[in-house]
Design a protein around this ligand. Structure first.
Ligand code: NAP
Length: 436
């Protein structure tokens, strides 16, 4: 028998559990540990609430959790309630699947002014993340800016642009829906430090901006290189650029009260305001020979009382685990950190790729583990039997997958009309739903 602990119950954690369960059959016990009493990490707290089809992948994770080999241990914070060293003493392998939930910083003056929020915070706020339930982003001004040209920037801009009823069928939390409904924001500027060819936005997500009820995208035709240059792009990127080129042909649509302005070749250098964010000072850039952003010295202002920085994420450090400073992830070699210690998903690769990218990633690490300790071999580790005792001694009540089902049923029962659930956003509410 082998015992494995996976820390983090998002896509990377669940795909790794699935792979290990397949490799070891009944000869392994796999514990998925999460700091929150509810599973699914990025699926619950990160994927946009109006992208329910992406969230449906959690049904596959349900099957993993209910397959008999895997146990969910929620409400257990690794680092605070149990250390990595303790886990390594109890499990044949510990796999870190904690994602990259912290915002990277821009490193410019004014970044700490009220009104500047990271996309992890903003997304967490509308998605029911307990750490950001009280974020209260300022929505009273008419201008917002989103910094970054990736899919998360698109998510943030789209959420700011939608009408209340465009959220029907989504699981946006009630407090965010009400605040967005009262929002005065009419102009959302998306700033990219490079040009249209350098965006990291995928066609489906970009295309959605063309179908918003109350908002129209605005793109400057002059920002594009000659059309022949598109031929060198890979097909997905070419599709995205075609969509942007199409947006650039639109006449201003006065029937739509909101606009989403794409500001390319725009590098924020400073955020200014009287005790709160009021404007971004931006330097016009051009591409240098290597395709990087080079400042031109031309400065201008972009008005914004809400500024969402959406420039990528970092994995938090864990005591005793080597860290790759530049990559913002655990130092690892193809997923291996040390004997019996691995990383998967964004904690392994950094914050890139889709949910599906985590599947091969988890399977690859499971294969490495199976090569190091072949299925059928026995280990000397005690696993959750001893962990459960430790947690009990420390007064920690771990939640099970059955407990999650109870919380889920309560959320579904409390759903607003048109919403699949009313997410509980406080730790205490989750525990209350369990009668703890
Ligand atoms: P991303 O795709 O890496 O985009 C980050 C953006 O931030 C880039 O445009 C980058 O520009 C810019 N940036 C970085 N540092 C900057 C700085 N100092 N100043 C100005 N701009 C800066 O990251 P993401 O949007 O956070 O997305 C993370 C991953 O999740 C991606 O793989 C994404 O596709 C995925 N995702 C997918 C979906 C979906 O499929 N629906 C939704 C959300 C996220 P440069 O290129 O110039 O560095």
């Amino acid at each position: 028998m082998r015992h494995f602990a996976i820390v983090g119950s998002g896509p990377a954690g669940f795909y790794t559990a699935e792979a290990l369960a397949k490799a070891y059959g009944g000869e392994a016990r796999i514990d998925i540990i999460d700091r929150y009493p509810v599973p699914y990490g990025l699926i619950r707290f990160g994927v946009a609430p109006d992208h329910q089809s992406l969230k449906a992948v959690s049904k596959r994770y349900d099957q993993v959790a209910e397959g008999g080999t895997v146990q969910f241990l929620g409400n257990v914070a690794v680092g605070a309630h149990v250390s990595i060293d303790e886990l390594r003493g109890l499990y044949d392998a510990v796999i870190l699947a904690i994602g990259a939930p912290h915002d990277r910083k821009l490193g410019i003056p004014g970044e700490d002014l009220p009104g500047v929020v990271g996309s992890a915070e903003f997304v967490g706020w509308y998605n029911g993340h307990p750490d950001f339930a009280d974020l209260d982003p300022p929505l009273g001004g008419s201008h917002a800016a989103v910094i970054g040209n990736g899919n998360v920037a698109l998510d943030c801009a789209r959420i700011l642009a939608k009408n209340r009823h465009e959220f029907e069928g989504s699981d946006i939390v009630g407090h965010a829906l009400d605040a967005l409904d009262r929002s005065a924001i009419r102009t959302i500027t998306i700033l990219g430090r490079r040009g249209p060819h350098q965006i990291s936005m995928t066609p489906k997500e970009l295309g959605e901006l063309g179908h918003l009820e109350a908002a129209a995208p605005l793109v400057e035709a002059g920002d594009f290189p000659p059309i022949e240059a598109d031929e060198a792009l890979e097909p997905g990127q070419r599709k995205s650029i075609n969509i942007l080129r199409e947006f650039a042909t639109h006449e201003p649509d006065d029937s739509k009260p909101k606009k989403i302005v794409f500001d390319f070749f725009a590098r924020p250098v400073r955020i200014e305001g009287d005790g709160k964010a009021e404007r971004l000072i931006v330097e016009r850039t051009m591409l240098d020979a290597g395709g990087g952003a080079q400042g031109t010295g031309e400065m201008y202002e972009v008005a914004a009382s809400l500024i969402v920085t959406s420039i990528g994420y970092q994995t938090p450090r864990i005591d005793g685990v080597p860290y790759d400073e530049r990559g913002g992830k655990f130092a690892n070699d193809a997923g291996k950190i040390a004997d019996g210690l691995y990383a998967v998903g964004w904690a392994r690769r950094g914050p890139t790729g889709t949910i599906g990218t985590n599947r091969p990633d988890g399977y690859e690490v499971a294969e490495q583990i199976a090569a190091a300790m072949p299925p059928g071999s026995d280990g000397a580790k005690a696993g959750s039997k001893v962990l459960n005792g430790l947690l009990e001694e420390r007064g920690i009540k771990a939640t099970s997958f059955t407990d999650w089902r109870t919380i889920e049923a309560a959320e579904v029962a409390a759903a607003r009309p048109g919403s699949p659930r009313e997410k509980m956003v406080r730790h205490d509410d989750w525990l209350k739903a369990l009668g703890h």
